[in-house]
Each structure stands twice: as C-alpha cells, then as structure tokens.
Design a protein around this ligand. Structure first.
Ligand SMILES: Nc1nc2c(ncn2[C@@H]2O[C@H](COP(=O)(O)OP(=O)(O)O)[C@@H](O)[C@H]2O)c(=O)[nH]1
Ligand SMILES: Nc1ncnc2c1ncn2[C@@H]1O[C@H](COP(=O)(O)OP(=O)(O)O)[C@@H](O)[C@H]1O
Length: 201
C-alpha cells in the first residue's frame, strides 16, 4: 500500500490573537476548564517568568542563545519580537498534533498570526477584541503584572493590532468571558471538511 503522510482526517489549526490585556489567556483558560482536551501550543519565550508561571506549562522560558538556536534549526513555525522579548511556536508538536487529525490552538500576537497565514493558509484566524478601548486600558492596568512603562508600550502596540482585526477570519468580542469562550469553542469545533492540513507543509 502506498504511504500517504498526509492525515486522511482534516484537522484545523486555529490561531487566537488580540491585544495584550484583552483577555486571551482568561478566555483560553475558561475553554480548557470546560474542555481539558483542547490542545494549546506551549510557546518559547525570552521574556522573564511572571510570578505563578510554570516553565513548560505557560511557556518554555529560554535565553536568547537558545532562541537563536531554535530559529537556526528551523524549529519554529513562526516567531516574533514583541515589546522587547521574543516569542515563538515550536513547530514539531503542532505538526504532530495535526497529523493525528486533531485540532490545535495557538495563542500568539499579530506578526506571528500573519506568518501562520502565509505558511498554512487553511488555518483559521480568530481575533479577540475588547468591548472598548477604555475597557482594554482598565484590564491591562487591573492585571497589575506590568509596570506602567510596559503597559504603555503594550497599549501602543494594541492600537496597531486593533487596526489589523480585518485581516482575521472571525472577530470575537470579549465582553463576557463565558460568552466569548462559547464562541471560541464553537469555532474550534466547526467542521473543517474543506481544510486539510498536510503534515509536510
Ligand atoms: N508570535 C508569537 N506570539 C506569541 C507567542 N506566544 C505568545 N505570544 C504573544 O506574545 C504577546 C505577549 O505575551 P505575554 O508576554 O505572555 O503577555 P500577555 O499575553 O499580555 O499576558 C501576546 O500577544 C501573546 O499572544 C508565540 O509563540 N508567537
Ligand atoms: N470578559 C472580561 N471581562 C472583564 N475582565 C476580563 C475579561 N476577560 C479578561 N479580563 C481581565 O483582564 C485582564 C487581562 O486578561 P488576560 O487574560 O491576562 O489578557 P491577555 O492574555 O489577552 O493579555 C485580567 O485581569 C482578566 O481577569
């Protein structure tokens, strides 16, 4: 029998993006609380670990040299510099997951979403938007994990990110966590009959 390395079962790659503080982490956590089987890629980052973050769970925390090595060996599906740190998606786990026919979710910023679009045009791009600009500022400040300086930097990037919402397939407004989680669940579960993500692409 000929060996076909493409999965016979269509699997969907979904990318969730949105400005810092909009609630991506909160909505994804709610989705996974309800459906622990939802598979989320664990990124590598050069950013410092925040209190409560666990290496290998929230991120793989690496230094710049290790990040350079991953880029050099083409180990990242995409990567970007964001607010002075680098972030990237390890390629192999995503490839392996999709090859089994099961969906995969990435939570990444805009430049990375654009790279995924270029490399895997069948991926579904979802943008999480705040109900208003004022609410985004309040959430970012309310989280209290960044200094005022870092918050300002992230808000400046957020403006450009909001302008790019039209590039995404779907915009989900995070007005209410449970409602936004419902919407994301239905997008993850949507039939993907025309979409086949090849393991070799
Ligand atoms: N391109 C890319 N962006 C990532 C990746 N992992 C996380 N990010 C994004 O990097 C940005 C900063 O993440 P982080 O420092 O954890 O802050 P937070 O999302 O505001 O809590 C967010 O927009 C994340 O979605 C990745 O692997 N690739
Ligand atoms: N729908 C919502 N309504 C009110 N506050 C929210 C909502 N979603 C998230 N938050 C709060 O906003 C802050 C930022 O959320 P977080 O998930 O860390 O954002 P992101 O991962 O997009 O940077 C957190 O304090 C979180 O509790």
């Amino acid at each position: 029998m000929p060996t076909d390395h493409r999965s016979p079962v269509p699997a969907r790659l979904t990318v969730l993006s949105g400005p810092s503080g909009v609630g991506k982490g909160t909505v994804v956590a709610e989705v996974r609380r309800r459906y622990p089987e939802v598979w989320l890629s664990v990124s590598v980052t050069t950013r410092a670990r925040r209190p409560g973050e666990v290496d290998g769970v929230h991120y793989h925390f690496v230094d710049g040299a290790e990040f350079d090595r991953l880029i050099a060996e083409d180990g990242l599906l995409e990567w970007a510099e964001y607010a002075g740190n680098r972030y990237g998606t390890p390629a192999a786990p995503v490839r392996e997951r999709l090859a089994t026919g099961a969906p995969a979710l990435l939570e990444i910023e805009l430049q990375g979403a654009r790279q995924v679009r270029a490399r895997a045009p069948e991926a579904q791009l979802v943008f999480l938007a705040p109900p208003s600009w004022g609410e985004l500022e309040r959430r970012l400040a309310g989280r209290g994990s960044e200094t005022r300086d870092v918050q300002e930097r992230r808000l400046a990037i957020a403006q450009a990110e909001l302008d790019a919402a039209g590039e995404f397939d779907v915009v989900v407004v995070n007005d209410d966590v449970a409602r936004a989680a419902d919407e994301l669940v239905s997008l993850l579960a949507a039939p993907s009959s025309e979409r086949t993500v090849g393991a070799s692409e």
